[in-house]
Design a protein around this ligand. Structure first.
Ligand code: SAH
Length: 474
């Protein structure tokens, strides 16, 4: 973090602006709005500033900056058009440990002004650390359109009713649930229509009827294959309101970063060598947290219902009568296929697609190879890296041509995605030579031949194509 955002209480406090032009005026307006008492020092002063001074704030001092001007203020702004003067003010202020802002020169600043969305008492400050002020302003524009003008009134209503609501609930989860329903529902809508009194009455009615008991819930959410842009809106919304999250190894870091900041995070993934958390243990934890009134996010890679054991988890919850909802995610097959430019079905190639587990039990892969080897379909193997050789050998042995195109997608949809392309005969050697690492997905079928033409995600020339068992340079 380059700067720590803080909100300053400047009411009645003395601030110094050096400079009398347009930029000084902009800062002056912000300071006056925050209730600061401003002294403005400059030999020449713009008429708009003079006009403000007539109303008493700022106090004008018509001369050049002097060192003693730094005696009183708690904040200093250098806004002259002379870079040397600005630098000197910055140096002198910093010696005195005074926060200083030099307009358009982040290197000389110990404090910077953010772009502000003001719905006082709600305020949103946006900063790029001085690197791209235009971007900060664009973002502000977007946020302005998202927040109704009367948002501040909603905050004031909450402030007025706070003590009363607090006294009503012993259970803090129940209290939070109450506020959530108030701040998003009918009450908020009344405030936005400018009917604050009616809104308060509606809030009080709800408060009288509220139960002092929190009902927890489990959100079984598919986090997709890695790229956070592939989350659904609903997944994101639930991720933002969860109190606690139990997540798997396959959930990518950028996806996990979108979970509410203060939600407790519990890793329940299975990694070789670790003591894995048993499925039964996970089921029990989900239930326990929900019974405490928490909103529990069960976040899984891909889709929770595809090789994700999501079904078992909610079966357990259903038996206990615990409410839950399920949010689908983009499964690895869809994600990897799209990002590798391999359509899973295609009128000229495949009329069906099958998702198969390639996970070996006791070193065996017990699948109906005869059926899998039949033409006109695409095969997608999950968890198949260790079994790749067996898969290719068995398919060939059961009549699929050794020249059938096959691909292995490593870390699909992430910036580290690699796609290895070969045939049933060549893919295992290519993958071994390139030391592919999990997670990987195997796609078998003539659709793989389209990758060359349709790849849009991989860098040009970065294709890991196998030629007669070898791999082209990356
Ligand atoms: N529920 C998940 C699958 C869990 S099984 C889903 O719907 O995607 C775990 C397997 O998924 C891995 O062994 C791998 O085969 C596949 N997988 C998950 N994410 C992947 C990714 N980003 N790239 C390649 N394969 C992935």
């Amino acid at each position: 973090m380059d700067f720590l955002p803080l909100f300053h209480n400047l009411r009645g406090r003395s601030c110094l602006i050096v400079g009398g032009g347009e930029t000084a005026l902009r800062k002056l307006r912000a300071l006056v709005e925050a209730g600061a008492q401003v002294t403005l020092v400059a030999p020449d002063i713009a008429p708009a500033i003079e006009a403000l001074a007539k109303e008493g704030n700022p106090e004008l001092v018509r001369r050049c900056f002097r060192r003693r001007d730094l005696r009183r203020p708690v904040l200093v702004i250098a806004a002259t058009n002379d870079a040397r003067v600005n630098a000197r003010i910055s140096r002198l202020a910093q010696v005195r440990r005074l926060p200083v802002n030099v307009v358009d020169n982040p290197a000389l600043c110990s404090a910077i002004f953010p772009a502000i969305v003001d719905r006082s008492p709600l305020q949103i400050a946006i900063s790029t650390g001085g690197s791209a002020p235009v971007l900060a302003r664009q973002l502000r524009g977007r946020l302005e359109t998202l927040l109704p003008a009367a948002y501040g009134d909603l905050v004031r209503l909450a402030e007025r009713c706070r003590t009363r609501v607090k006294a009503r609930f012993a259970n803090s989860n129940a209290r939070r649930g109450f506020w959530e329903s108030v701040l998003e529902g009918e009450v908020a809508e009344l405030v936005f229509k400018g009917r604050a009194d009616e809104a308060e009455a509606a809030l009080v009615r709800r408060l009288d009827a509220a139960e002092d008991r929190a009902v927890g819930e489990v959100y079984l959410v598919g986090g997709g294959p890695g790229d956070p842009d592939l989350l659904t809106f609903r997944a994101l919304r639930l991720m933002q309101q969860a109190d606690i999250v139990l997540y798997d190894r396959l959930v990518s870091k950028p996806v996990l970063n979108l979970v509410r900041r203060d939600a407790e995070q519990i890793y329940v993934g299975k990694t070789a060598g670790d003591h894995p958390v048993t499925q039964e243990n996970i089921n029990r934890k989900l239930a326990e947290f929900a019974q405490q009134g928490k909103r529990v996010l069960r976040l899984k890679g891909g889709d929770p219902f595809i090789f994700g054991r999501g079904g078992e988890e909610i079966e357990y919850l259903a038996e206990l009568g615990i409410p839950f909802q399920v949010v689908p995610g983009i499964t690895a097959a869809s994600g990897c296929a799209s990002y590798a430019g391999i359509p899973l079905t295609h009128r000229d190639h495949a009329q069906s697609v099958r998702f198969i587990t390639g996970h070996r039990k006791d070193d065996q892969l017990d699948l109906d190879w005869q059926q899998l080897a039949s033409p006109g379909q695409t095969l997608v193997f999950y968890m198949g890296l260790n079994g790749l050789e067996t898969i290719c050998a068995q398919l060939s042995a059961h009549g699929m041509a050794a020249s059938t195109p096959a691909a292995l997608v490593e870390k699909g949809t992430t910036p580290r995605q690699r796609v290895f392309v070969g045939t049933l005969a060549t893919l295992p050697a290519i993958v071994r030579a390139q030391e592919a690492r999990a997670p990987t997905l195997i796609i078998v079928g003539t659709v793989v031949s389209l990758h060359e033409k349709l790849d849009w995600f991989g860098e040009p020339g970065k294709d890991l194509r196998g030629q007669s068992g070898s791999c082209a340079d990356t």
